[in-house]
Design a binder for this molecule. Structure first.
Ligand code: ZN
Length: 310
């Protein structure tokens, strides 16, 4: 098959259910429900998790219990590497205070989306990033670059814009990057091209992809990234999540659908599918009955006797 020469033999999943997934749910999710889902994800083998978001509780009331969620994870899930989203210096400060070792610092590749999403110009975002690096030198900063492939206001994002913003961010302390298809408009050829361009300019920079499934291309785009050598993906249980600027859109690529594909391709993830589906069941029962993920709505592995779990 074309492209298999770079294909990783294993993939690291950063589960973003408790942040991206929950952040888009309007009704308050009680902290104990959030924690029950997080525990179930950890029990399924999740070893890296974006667990919450240190944002203004006025802007995003759902994340008001960020510090409590982190405290639980630190006390009970020492095996899980924690990440929290922080959009600004204040968020980074609160994350550091809560004991989070790594933040996802959000900047949109498109200026219009950056303004609409976090009310900042690129210059403001970049100077805040530098300030975070100076104030919290031991805090790992992952640049979570939104609208890498397309923007609801500006259309398709030129790859030069992505490379420019990444260059400026790395100079100011970003130690890794996640390329996000925030509204889910990427296509596999574009994903491969952007990944290749980023890898060519930043060969040693750890790289992850965050692909939304708005138009049903989440897994196709995942495969394209995999064939381009990407071995780290951010996904959510049941495909939860979305973007406030893409109303009605399906959410993130679902972890269980991606893991099902990877395991059947012989690519290891370290996740236990049955246990992961138990976590999805809690999400469905306690958070959102209408989850978009495919596998959770169809039959599970164990019901197909001819498959074996990896
Ligand atoms: Zn997302």
């Amino acid at each position: 098959m074309h492209g298999t020469e770079h294909m990783p033999t294993s993939v690291r999943v950063t589960d973003i259910t408790a942040r991206d997934g929950f952040q888009n749910i309007k009704e308050w999710i009680p902290t104990e429900v959030k924690i029950a889902v997080i525990d179930a994800l950890a029990a399924a083998g999740v070893r890296k998790m974006e667990a919450t978001s240190f944002v203004s509780p006025k802007a995003v009331p759902q994340m008001a219990d960020a510090a409590q969620v982190i405290e639980h994870c630190r006390n009970h899930l020492p095996q899980v590497e924690l990440v929290a989203l922080a959009p600004n210096l204040r968020g980074a400060e609160n994350a550091a205070k809560a004991g989070v070792p790594e933040i996802s610092y959000v900047v949109s590749a498109s200026a219009a989306h950056n303004k609409a999403n976090i009310n900042r110009t690129h210059d403001e975002s970049l100077s805040d990033l530098a300030a975070i690096g100076e104030a919290f030198p031991s805090l790992k900063i992952n640049l979570s670059m939104s609208t890498v492939f397309g923007c609801p206001f500006d259309g398709e994002t030129p790859v030069e814009k992505v490379l420019w913003l990444l260059e400026e961010s790395v100079k100011r302390g970003a130690g890794s990057v996640t390329l996000c298809d925030t509204i889910g408009v990427a296509n596999p050829r574009q994903v491969a091209a952007v990944v290749e361009a980023v890898k060519a300019q930043f060969p040693r920079l750890p790289l992850a992809l965050h692909l939304h499934d708005t138009h049903g291309m989440g897994l196709a785009n995942t495969l394209a990234a995999l064939q381009a050598g990407v071995d780290c993906f951010e996904t959510a249980a049941g495909g939860l999540g979305g973007c406030p600027f893409a109303p009605g859109a399906a959410g993130n690529t679902s972890t269980e659908d991606m893991v099902n594909m990877l395991h059947r391709m012989g690519v290891a993830t370290g996740l236990d599918m049955e246990k992961y589906l138990s976590a999805v069941a809690i999400v469905r029962e306690k958070v959102n009955p209408a989850i978009p993920g495919r596998l959770a709505s169809a039959r599970t592995y164990s019901e197909f006797c001819f498959f074996s779990c990896a």
